[in-house]
Design a protein. Structure first.
Length: 462
């Protein structure tokens, strides 16, 4: 414990040397991961050194408790002029349905359990500021996170997804197959939906409780409701040598060839680190000569573009559904399709890795690397059996640890669920299951019903 805290202090010295990247420290009013409101004066730090230091500190603490983390942390700072910052954050978390779970022998580190997932948090108030690190948890050892710790006093659904639904708790909508009748919940009428396109999977249509209906198409997911048509265009790499704005690029590809533009306006935020790429305007649909109102939003993350195009009969109806440009991004949540037993047959895998180079703060000399990597591999067979392999390695300040686990058992598939037996300590694990459609395939998302931080995001390789 002492070595970890000393090392963390050295990292903090490094952080002060990175003043050149101050433009990556921006004022914020809301946490990206938890979506709670933040105290006055809060800032988010996205600089490289602070992020590396925070990730290392969290990983070292997580390793002590057998916790596996999922992604890079969110770093927040609040000046000590706000004396109640720490308590205000805790109160806002509690009001949003997050349950605080203490870790043994720790005061600054703790877990948050919520219907949207499990998070690990570091929070400390010094003389100058309140410092907060938040990161998602992938898995927690049995017994560390009791099921009854979930806070249900305020069951508000926190939508954490402005990207593909990797991090969202899976909820079971009503699914339909090709040529079938949709029965929306809380609605006495039925809607006949025929999807003539098939990508080779059994379920190609999903109806949601709020009335949106999603259909798989060759280049996008079509999501419709009451005359509003949204296209969730499949993700693609950021264009090489792009001249101009990314929103113009997709506007010219998906709007200009099919509509006669009457007027259009691009969102102008001035200088913004977290830029929203958005264009909207009036147009005439070439094929039908109908007047429509169009908006396109392009999410860019890690070199991947995710365009979303919405078409409504009028501007008023468009704004009824999408009051803010960010609202269009939430439509990515509708790329969800049920799972059949035959669709699951085959080999599925995922892998991840992360590393940070270390340098001596006094000499500048290279001091090694901390890294972590993992691979998960599942084979589902036609006879209802499965096998899986899980391997990984991590190195912290020269000490390397590895693991290699293998399981075989029975796999039982329902439309939105998967039960697999003979897991760790012969346990049976029950998962929510859903497909997310991408160009040329699907991602299989699995989330443990008991421990929501235990997730897999698998691609079929055979």
């Amino acid at each position: 414990m002492l070595l970890r805290k000393v090392t963390f202090a050295v990292f903090c010295v490094l952080l002060n040397l990175e003043s050149i990247a101050q433009k990556n420290v921006v004022p914020v009013t809301q946490s990206e991961l938890t979506k709670i409101a933040l105290p006055a004066g809060a800032k988010q730090d996205k600089r490289v050194f602070p992020t590396a230091a925070a990730q290392t500190a969290l990983e070292l603490e997580a390793q002590e408790h057998g916790i596996v983390l999922e992604n890079s942390p969110e770093i927040l700072t609040i000046p000590t002029t706000n004396k109640q910052a720490e308590q205000e954050i805790l109160n806002n978390l509690n009001n949003a349905g997050f349950a605080k779970v203490t870790l043994p022998d720790e005061t600054d580190y703790f877990l948050l359990n919520h219907i949207s997932g499990v998070f690990m948090v570091y929070m400390n108030t010094s003389r100058n500021e309140t410092l907060v690190y938040i990161t998602r948890v992938r898995s927690v050892p049995n017994g560390l996170l009791p099921v009854n710790e979930i806070n249900t006093s305020n069951p508000t659904r926190i939508n954490t997804q402005a990207e593909i639904s990797k991090n969202e708790s899976i909820k079971e909508p009503t699914e339909v197959k090709k040529e079938s009748v949709i029965q929306p919940e809380n609605n006495n009428t039925s809607t006949k939906t025929t999807n003539t396109y098939s990508d080779g999977y059994y379920f190609v249509t999903t109806t949601f409780d709020d009335g949106w209906i999603a259909n798989v198409q060759p280049d996008f997911i079509s999501v419709k409701k009451e005359g509003v048509d949204v296209k969730l265009i499949y993700p693609e790499n950021y264009p090489d040598n792009l001249q101009g704005d990314i929103s113009d690029f997709f506007w010219n590809r998906w709007v200009v060839p099919y509509y006669r533009i009457q007027n259009a306006q691009k969102l102008d935020e001035g200088f913004s680190y977290l830029k929203i790429n958005f264009i909207e305007g009036n147009a005439i649909e070439t094929a039908t000569q109908k007047s429509v109102y169009i908006g396109i939003s392009v999410i860019v993350k890690n070199g991947i573009c995710k365009p979303i195009l919405a078409v409504a009969p009028t501007r008023e109806i468009f704004y009824q559904y999408f009051k803010e440009p960010e609202g269009l991004q939430n439509m990515l949540n509708y790329n969800k399709f049920a799972v059949s037993a035959n669709d699951l047959v085959g080999e599925w895998t995922e892998s991840s890795s992360a590393g940070v180079n270390l340098y001596n703060v006094y000499t500048g000399g290279y001091a090694g690397m901390n890294y972590a990597s993992s691979t998960d591999y599942f084979t589902f067979n036609k006879d209802g059996t499965y096998s899986s392999k899980h391997a990984g390695a991590s190195s912290v300040y020269g000490t390397t640890t590895t693991y290699n686990q293998k399981y075989t058992g029975k796999a039982t598939v329902s439309n939105w669920g998967l039960i697999i037996t003979n897991r760790f300590k012969n346990a049976t694990e029950d998962y929510w299951a859903q497909f997310e459609v991408i160009k040329g395939g699907r991602i299989l998302h699995l989330q443990n019903k008991e421990y929501s931080g235990n997730t897999y995001h698998l691609i079929k390789i055979k």
